[in-house]
Each structure stands twice: as C-alpha cells, then as structure tokens.
Design a binder for this molecule. Structure first.
Ligand code: ARG
Ligand code: ZN
Length: 884
C-alpha cells in the first residue's frame, strides 16, 4: 500500500501497518531565496515481529537527497537507494530506537503545483494533504503514522519577520547575516499531512478566546500586508465556532495558540493543519465593498469547517485515505449544523440539498461514480469530491436521524473517548453509534460501500369509504460504473400527513414489509414496504422525505393540486419549498424535451401564482422566500432530462420561464424589490442577507420581463455594497450581453476594483458565465488579458472553471469550439498545476447525456486529451475514468 507511482492502483484491501514505527520528528527548515534546506531527524523503531532484514521505505516526490546519517554516522552508499520518489534504507537496527537524519534540498519558487513547500506572493507556505509532505522530505507519508514534531524555521528577518509552525511557539532568536529563527513544538501526535510552516512578511489580526475550562487561547489571523482589517469577520466566525463546538459537542480547543494564514495561491478552500490553518484568502478576507453575502457565508462555513477538524480529523485522524469521509463527511456535517444554528435551519438545509443535487448527484450518476468510501484509487487528490464530502455528510446526518439526537451525541462522545489520538476507520465510527444506541448498523454501512443514488418510489392509495390511506415505499439502485453492490439500504424517511388546515394528522400506521415506523419517521430496510394509516378524517396530503432525510432521487407521483396545497400548507418549511421546486423542475424538464421551436410555456399560471404567493408571503423569512424564487439551474434540468440533452433548448426554456414569472408577478416583485432593498448601513447577518437576496431576485425577474437594463444600471451605480453591485452587474452581463450600458458597467467595475484580485475574479466569472454563444470569444480575449494567469488557481477557476462548469450555452456550443478551447487550456494548465487541471476536466464527465452531435464532440475531445503525451497522473486519471 501507499506506492502511488504512475498507473498504480492503491487498494483498501491491501492495507497493512508500516514495518517501522515513528516515535518523533525534529526538523530544521532553512529558507533562502531560491532554495530551502530541510533536515529531518526521525526517531524510528522496527515494529515488533517485523523481519530483521526488512528495509525501511520512505516516500518522496521530486526530492534531492543531500545526506543521510544513522545515529550520528553517515550511511555508506551501498546501504541505501535514493530516487526523487523514494528512499530505501537497509541494515537498520533489529530492535530499539534509532535516529535517521535525512537532509534534502527543495525549490519552493519552482513549485507551481502548490503541494509541499511553495511561495505565494513571496510568502513561504506549505500544503501537505494528501501527499505533499513527501515533497519536503523523505517520509512515511501516510495518515496512520503519528508522531510529535518539533520544528525550527530559519529565514531572513526582513523577508520573513513572521515564522509559524504547528503547535506552540517555544523559542525564537537572532542569527548571523540578518537571519532569525523560531521553534515550534506540537505535543499532539499527528500525521504528516497536518504539518505546516509559513514564513513571510504578514500582518496580524490578534484576539483571544477563553475555553470552557477557563484556558486562554491566543488567536491570530495572518494576512498579506495591509489586509488584516478584512479578517475581522473571519475572526468573529472563529470565536463563534469555538464556542459552538464546546456547546454542541463538548469539544474544547487544546493548544495555547490557534493561527490562520490567508494565502492568495491555494489549490483548495483551506487546510486544517494542527494549530496553523492555511486558507485560500478568498475564505478570510472580506468587507462590504468587496464581498457578497454569499462570500460572508462561505467564510463562516470554511472557518468553522477547518476549526472543527481539530477534533474530527486531527485528534482523531484517518487510518488511510480510503477513510477520507471519516473526517470530511463528519466535518461537513458539523459545519452544516453550525450554520443551521447560527443562521436559519431550513434555508441552510435548502442550500445544502441544492449543492448535493448540483454536484454530488451528477458525480454519482456518471462515469466518475465512486462510493463514499472508495475501494481503490490511482490519485488520491481526485477523491476530494462531492461524494466524499457532501454525501459523506448526508450519511452522518442519516445516522443522527436513525438513532435520534440523544444517542447521536452519546455516540459522538464515545467516538472521541475511544479514538482520541488514533487513526481510525469508518467501522470504528459506526460501532460507536451501535454501542450508544444499542442497535445494529451493519446494513446501514452499505451506504459507505455502494455507489449510486438510490431511487425512492412512493405511491399512495386512498380508500374514502374506509378512511384509510396506504403509502408504499420502494427503493432501487441502478448499476453504475463503480460496479458496487445493489443491496437494499437503510432509508430514513421523515414524513407527515397534512390536513386541509395545515396541520399534521396524528395517525398510527401499520407496517407491511421491511420497515419500521416511529412517530414521523419510517426507516425502510427492504426493497418495499407499505404503511396503512386508518381513521383519517380526510384524504391527507402526503409530505414525504421531509428535510431531505435521505440522499435519494424521489419518484413520487403526486397531483399538481396536492403539491400546490403542500406549497401553501406544509408545516415542514423545507417541504413547502420542495413541493414548488419539484413542480417547477418537472415542468421545465418536460418543456425542454419538447421539439425546438415549440414555444408553449413551461410553467402553468397556477404554478407561477404559487411561486409569487410564496415570495410575497410576509409571514415567511425573506431568505426562504428568495430560495423559493431561485429557479432550478440549467444543469439541474439537463441532469433530469438525462439523455439527448440540448443545452440551447434548456436555456430557452429557463429564460422564457424567468420572463413569464417576471411578467405575471410584476406588482409583487416591484414591491419586494423596493421593500427589501439594502439600507445604507451594511450588516452581514443572515436576516439582512436574506432581505438583499429577495430584493435582488425580484430585480432579476423584473429585468427579464421588461427587457430593460435601466433598473439594473441604476442599482449598479447607486449600490453601497458588493452584494447589490455584483447582483446588478450579473443581470447586465447575463441578460443584456453586448449592450453598450453593460460594457460601460463592466469597464467601470474593472477600474474600481482593479487592485483587488478577489473582486477581479468576480469580473472574470461574470463575463465567462454569460449565456450566449459568443461568450467563447469573450473568454478567449480574457485569457489574453494581462491580469489572467494560469499560476493562480482562483483566477483559473474564475475564468476557465466557471466557463466550463457554469456556462451550458457557450461551453456546449454545437460546433464543439467551447470543448476545444477548454481542452487546450487543460493541457497547458496540467504542466503547471495538475490538481487544478484534473478538477477542471471533470466538467466533461456528463458527455454521454448530450444529443449525438455534442456527445461525439465531447468524446472526441476527451480522447484527444487522454492521448496527449506526458499528462499528469491527476488529469490522466480523470479523463480515463470519464471515458469509461
Ligand atoms: N482537508 C481540507 C479540507 O477539506 C482539504 C484539503 C485537500 N487538499 C488536497 N490537496 N486534496 O478542509
Ligand atoms: Zn475538510
């Protein structure tokens, strides 16, 4: 296990512990312009029972070995073999502790992959998850090798006045030649992927937090010069996260310091290194002029997520990378719960479900399908997916639903108690809930092994004479590319029988088939079960799968009248939203399947009325009403059509529906727009954000209906915050592309925010996502813009990523020119940053679902990329699996 050279597959079943046990690490990193010297002293011991002549194998990646010393004596060249990818040492002591001192030399400036030690705007920074530590020194670079680390960093004092490491600072001082050093000590055993070092000229926002047992923790957020004021909201979110984890899970922070560093060049959102989180600065830096409400919510979530990893990920880590969902699914669940408590639960749940459907469902239903716990991989970086993260979180949520809140907390307590300091597995995790709730979760564990989205089919039959309602639930799982099992799983289905008065009837049900019924929860365990409810006053409206209690495709034939009733009456707010969302999505899907040129409206007047009624209902939270107005996206509709998709047709339908809603709802929408428009004082709280969302949604519809850019221009000019300004600019760029007023607004935006890379990313994205065929010419022009660079992942995502993922019309241009352009960028990018190229390439995965012309062109493009010589393992893996 753990040999991951090109083409090799790593398998879960091959897991075995290392031959050598790591007892401690002492490192010195000397940073210079153009190079870094790394000395790692590893305390090791042969594992009892391991053969006396077994050599030590250490992982490397692009390393140069400078020296190798065993217990103070240089090793003879014939006792070891070093290549850039590995170090093998023979003749090590049969028993007892020994020290191997490994000296390597690396080039952070040349590291464009942003894995290992690299430089971002002059700042030295590391990213080690998953396998980046082996790019710093030869190591047992796998998550089940845990040790305490003591790290000394040396650098030029002017270039890097700030020197940060994991754990607590224990020493610092001056050196000759204007250099200085700092020593950091991390007493907690940790795997190498949580190692971090940062050095540079950074500003600090300092604060403190007193833990529940009264310990004072020094908090620091480090930013590039002049930007620490923009970290205020992140700091606030951090303190709220710390307090929440104490309240909700009894988890207290464990070191004397907690530092966060914001970096401009970063492959992912952020990283939970012990005591030293490193963030993409997009998830730290904010103020009302540069950031939208969505950005604020993103910072809050990511800050919380990384902080929560301190217990779920760091104190208890993963035995191997197959267990990635053990920390990621659980931590996403925790950050979702935090946001639900801090903001509004239903609105947050709608957001999470939208995300799941937009990102995880297509993954689970296409060629990149894999179980939440994969059984094999060629490149682990390609498994930081929506399935591992978001479906992983749904599995934890289902466990909580099945065992109930008390036993869920008991199970979590047990997990922390039993496995603190360990590298654990999914089995360990599940066992804790089995023990806490005294229940058998072995069938539930199938969720971790079987890929695919189950379909839950619901049928109803009402017997008016007997006043009896029968509800039948069936589950099925289609064979997908992962080829995993198709056994029935455990589906927790929350429900209610809603009466005409908007109240749930309390009815006892009799179960026939494999299911359990308790209160408002049916747990379906077999392929089918029928529940009979007796003595009902009237035919109830069945509100099924409340709060999306299981990640399934719901197939429920329900009359339009029943759905409209639920959209008005359902006491479960989530299902009120879903009743309408399903109606709209189905109508649009049906319309998009009709022949091109068929312009009969997608949405019936009653549906539009219901939508407007919900949006206009002052008894409801504005954020919820804004969710009601957000139409399903074009890619959601495309996914539901599933075959022979014509993206132009889908766009036409969505566009027409938007205009129809705008026209029919004009009076209400005008009122919402005015009533909920921003007040001068900006506050990022959820309620204020919800009001802005509602007002801006209304403006979108009004603009679509009137075909008049005037109101958006006016809002663009008078806006006092980025939420309103970018919402207006998006309407202009997407509804009025090419209009001279749009061009002027885009130019103005550029000039206003030219100095700020994060806002410039928005400028690139707004243009790249304009739904028009000639957007391809725009993105070609933007790729030649002096501010475009392939070296900054955010910028690549803002232009190439956004175009490929969020522009169904231009990316999927029938002539295939969109595919060609993205493919060309992918290959160029791959030589710089394979992780980002591989991620971008996933936008091709749905190729089989398109109409024959596009399908052929997509396939041809994928094949061309796949046959390109010298592709990274990352990109090769994605394109090969996509073609599967
Ligand atoms: N553990 C990080 C997080 O979710 C993600 C880091 C992933 N990095 C990578 N190179 N795949 O919080
Ligand atoms: Zn995470």
């Amino acid at each position: 296990m753990q040999r991951t050279e090109d083409g090799q597959t790593v398998r879960l079943v091959d897991y075995r512990p290392t031959d050598f046990v790591l007892l401690g690490v002492a490192m010195t990193l000397k940073l210079f312009e153009g190079r870094a010297e790394v000395l790692a002293r590893l305390s090791l011991e042969r594992r009892p029972g391991v053969s006396a002549n077994a050599p030590l194998h250490l992982d490397g990646d692009e390393l140069v070995l400078e020296s190798l010393v065993l217990d103070g004596a240089p090793l003879a060249p014939e006792t070891y073999e070093a290549t850039p990818d590995r170090l093998m040492v023979r003749g090590l002591p049969e028993s007892g502790r020994f020290e191997l001192a490994v000296e390597t030399r690396i080039a952070p400036e040349a590291n464009s992959k942003l894995m290992g030690l690299f430089r971002s705007n002059g700042i030295w920074c590391t990213q080690c998850e998953a396998e980046g530590f082996r790019r710093i020194t030869y190591f047992l670079d796998r998550p089940d090798v845990l040790a305490p680390y003591r790290v000394r960093i040396e650098a030029d004092k002017a270039a890097a006045p700030v020197l940060l490491g994991n754990g607590n600072p224990v020493d610092s001082g001056e050196l000759a030649d204007g250099r200085h050093y700092a020593v950091w000590d991390d007493p907690f055993n940790k795997p190498s992927y949580l190692f971090a070092v940062v050095a540079g000229d950074l500003d600090l926002l300092a604060d403190e937090f007193v833990t529940m047992s009264g310990r004072k923790v020094t908090l620091g957020i480090y930013t590039e010069k002049g930007r620490s004021e923009q970290a205020g909201y992140a700091m606030d979110a951090l303190k709220r996260s710390m307090a929440w984890d104490e309240r909700r899970f009894g988890r207290e922070y464990d070191l004397d310091v907690f530092n966060v560093v914001a970096i401009a060049d970063f492959n992912m959102g952020a990283m939970e290194n012990k005591g030293l989180n490193v963030f993409n600065h997009k998830y730290v830096l904010l103020d009302p002029d540069i950031a939208t409400d969505t950005d604020y919510a993103g910072v809050e979530t990511v800050i919380a997520h990384e902080y929560f990893h301190n217990w779920t990920g760091n104190r208890i880590t993963c035995r191997d990378w197959f267990q990635l969902c053990l920390k990621e699914g659980l931590t996403v669940f925790r950050d979702q719960e935090f946001s639900a408590d801090e903001r509004e639960r239903t609105v947050q749940r709608i957001g999470s479900v939208r995300r799941l459907k937009a990102h995880q469902f297509p993954e689970d239903q296409g060629p990149l399908q894999h179980p939440v716990r994969p059984a094999e991989y060629r490149e682990i970086n390609n498994f930081y997916t929506a399935t591992v993260y978001d479906k992983g979180a749904e599995l934890v949520r289902m466990i909580a639903t099945i065992v109930g809140p008390q036993d869920f907390r008991k199970g979590m307590d047990l997990y922390f108690e039993r496995h603190d300091g360990e590298a654990a597995t999914i089995e360990d995790f599940i066992t804790c809930f089995e023990d806490a709730a005294k229940t058998d979760l072995s069938q539930f564990a199938l969720w971790y092994a079987q890929a695919g989205t189950p379909t839950l089919t619901v049928t109803e039959s009402w017997d008016a004479k007997a006043r009896r309602h029968e509800v039948t639930l069936r589950q099925s799982l289609a064979r997908g590319t992962a080829g995993t099992g198709l056994e029935p799983m455990v589906l927790p289905v929350r429900f209610g029988l809603v009466g005409g008065n908007g109240e749930d009837s309390v009815a006892d049900g009799q179960v026939a088939g494999s299911a359990k019924l308790k209160d408002d929860l049916i747990v379906l365990t077999g392929r089918e079960a029928t529940i009979t409810f007796n003595d009902l006053p009237d035919r109830p409206y069945l509100s099924i799968l409340r709060d999306f209690s299981a990640p399934v495709t719901l197939d429920h034939e329900q009359s339009e009248a029943a759905r409209l009733a639920l959209a008005r009456l359902d006491p479960n707010l989530f299902n009120r939203w879903r009743a309408l969302d399903d109606l709209v999505a189905e109508a649009m899907t049906t319309a998009a399947k009709r022949a091109p040129g068929d312009t009969s409206p997608a949405l019936k007047p009653v549906v539009i009325e219901a939508l407007i009624a919900l949006a206009g209902d002052d008894g409801l939270d504005p954020a919820f009403r804004a969710q009601g107005l957000a139409l399903p996206g074009e890619s959601d509709i495309a996914r539901q059509i599933a075959e022979n998709v014509d993206p132009d047709r889908v766009h036409e339908v969505v566009d027409a529906a938007r205009a129809a809603i705008g026209t029919a709802g004009h009076a209400v929408l005008e009122r919402l727009r005015d009533e909920f428009a921003s007040s001068k004082e900006f506050s990022p709280d959820a309620a204020s954000a919800g009001r802005r969302a509602l007002s801006n949604a209304a403006l979108g519809y009004i603009s679509a209906a009137t075909r008049d850019p005037g109101p958006a221009i006016a809002q663009y000019q008078s806006a006092t915050n980025m939420t309103d300004r970018s919402a207006a600019l998006a309407i202009l760029a997407h509804r009025f592309p090419g209009d001279p007023q749009t061009e002027r607004a885009l130019d103005d935006f550029y000039r206003r925010y030219e100095a700020d890379d994060l806002v410039l990313d928005k400028w690139f994205t707004l243009q790249a996502t304009a739904p028009a065929h000639d957007t391809l010419e725009t993105v070609k022009r933007l790729a030649a813009h002096p501010r475009f660079t392939m070296r900054n992942p955010n910028r690549v995502r803002a232009l190439v990523g956004a175009f490929a993922a969020a522009n169904q019309v231009a990316f999927h241009r029938a002539d295939g020119a969109g595919y060609e352009w993205v493919a060309e960028k992918l290959v160029a990018l791959d030589g710089i940053n394979p992780q980002v190229s591989a991620r971008t390439a996933t936008t091709f995965r749905a190729w089989r679902s398109f109409e024959p012309g596009r399908r052929a062109k997509l396939e041809q493009t994928l094949r061309q990329v796949s046959e390109t010589k010298g592709l990274s393992k990352d990109l090769q893996d994605i394109v090969d699996r996509s073609l599967k």
